[in-house]
Design a protein around this ligand. Sequence first.
Ligand SMILES: [Zn+2]
Length: 140
Amino acid sequence: MTLKNTRADAKKLFRVGRAPTGLGLFATHKISRDTPIVEYIGLRIPIAEARARERAGKARYMFELNTRWALDGSARQNLARYVNHSCRPNAEANIIRGRVIMRSIKVIQPGDQITYDYGREYFDLFLKGLCRCAKCAAAH
Ligand SMILES: [Zn+2]
């Protein structure tokens, strides 16, 4: 599989920048609702291998496609790996025929960080009590 940017990337709707949790993806233009923003690209590997590498602390960017396959998104070309978790996200990850597209679910203003909800399982494992998204930060 080749790693290449999608047409959505080419429009440069975003940039990589500093976020409270490290690096993040930020809108550079107003993004309408329901707009493909960036594709999560990576090599497809069996899910058992993905989970073993995660447990061994050797993988941080595994995206589970289904019960059999995951994408290893650790390649630097995969800008979607910088999309951080939020409990009140402005984008979601759509899996379409084995490809993962980050798509806006509301209007995103220039300068806003682009986020999606990593899901309950990830939250409970890694973020519970530690989440630093805007919604959780306001609650502290
Ligand atoms: Zn949160």
